[in-house]
Design a protein around this ligand. Structure first.
Ligand code: ZN
Length: 349
């Protein structure tokens, strides 16, 4: 009976303490007042601990009951403190003219460079047609870049490829070292590696001694090579048309017109209808057409050089600039924009 009376007394006192503490917390004007209240009530020699001194002398049942109550009260006071501190924080922000309803600052998110995007787009289009992506050396031998492609030493056709030769690099069998001036050097390497049917897409960096609005000393080309039985010009035209419509859009048209290259016979230049006038003719195009690049049927000598019988197999090839097709697609006026790394430009894509 005695224990019960003490328990009831203590229960009342603990509840009163709780109300007192929460009242003080609600009225506190700043964080230091709140911390003072915390020390007064919850500190080691605080009011709550003073009250609990008598508990150890009570019976087990009473100890349990009061222990639970004290824990609850501690939790209640702590959460009142946290809430008040949070409110004060928000108020402080508002006092500093901080508008909490404003949207936050979005973190900068990067994206792949335009050229990387174009390379994967081009790769996807040709993968749909069964081409496989190949990679061949950028530092190459004369044989693969010229001689093996039907351009013997001192042949005037070499002049078109303003080539960087690598100093003091010479191979008895394959000639001088060069930086690949075109991706066509991959043709012989592909045919040496695989026997027909061949469907190669070689995308690589090329190097030429050139620099103006539409030419850079380093640029990317993508080269297609198909070698199989009964391959003819209509396969080439079909492939060009498929690429044109997939990459530039379904309303764009392509055409081939006769040209000359040493490594194809017959050879063609490929044109696509102009982005601006859609084929009607304007200031930026040639009577409605824009030049995409070269193509043609693989010259029998090149097949022979790679150990493939030109009586049994035929093929076609094309080599176009990655930057060039991008500039034609988006109307980019200067190739150097693609290499400058200017974020004002790059962020537009
Ligand atoms: Zn035009």
């Amino acid at each position: 009976m005695f224990f019960v009376i003490i328990r009831l007394m203590l229960t009342d006192q603990i509840r009163n303490l709780k109300n007192e503490a929460i009242g003080e917390i609600l009225e506190a004007k700043d964080a230091s007042e709140i911390e003072n209240t915390r020390a007064t009530f919850l500190g080691r020699s605080g009011k709550l601990n003073q009250l609990t001194k008598e508990i150890p002398n009570l019976a087990l049942e009473e100890k349990k009951h009061l222990g639970q109550l004290i824990n609850e009260v501690k939790i209640n006071i702590e959460s009142a403190i946290e809430q008040s501190l949070e409110k004060l924080n928000v108020k402080n922000f508002q006092n500093k003219w901080f508008d909490v309803t404003l949207p936050g600052i979005r973190p900068e998110q990067g994206h792949l460079h335009l050229i990387t995007q174009a390379i994967s787009e081009i790769t996807n289009i040709f993968t749909e047609l069964g081409f496989h992506r190949a990679r061949y050396p950028e530092a190459e031998w004369d044989w693969y870049a010229f001689e093996g492609l039907n351009m013997s030493q001192n042949h005037p056709a070499r002049d078109e490829w303003e080539t960087f030769f690598i100093k003091d690099l010479d191979n008895k069998k394959y000639g001088k070292g060069v930086l690949t001036p075109h991706t066509s050097s991959g043709q012989l390497r592909e045919m040496e590696k695989y026997s027909p049917p061949i469907r190669m897409l070689n995308i690589a960096k090329c190097y030429r001694r050139q620099s103006d609005m539409s030419h850079a000393p380093m640029f990317y080309q993508f080269e297609g090579l198909v070698v199989d039985k009964n391959i003819n010009i209509s396969h080439l035209k079909g492939t060009i048309d498929y690429f044109t419509k997939k990459y530039f859009g379904p309303d764009r048209k392509s055409r081939i017109r006769p040209f000359h290259f040493q490594f194809t016979e017959p050879s063609f230049e490929v044109d696509v209808t102009c982005l601006i006038c859609h084929g009607k003719g304007c200031r930026t195009c040639k009577q409605g057409w824009m030049e995409l690049g070269g193509s043609g049927m693989v010259h029998p000598t090149i097949l022979k050089n790679a150990g493939i019988d030109p009586e049994k197999y035929t093929g076609f090839a094309f080599g176009w600039g990655v930057e060039r097709v991008m500039m034609m697609k988006y109307g980019i006026p200067d190739i150097r924009l693609l290499f400058d790394g200017d974020l004002r430009f790059l962020k537009q894509f």
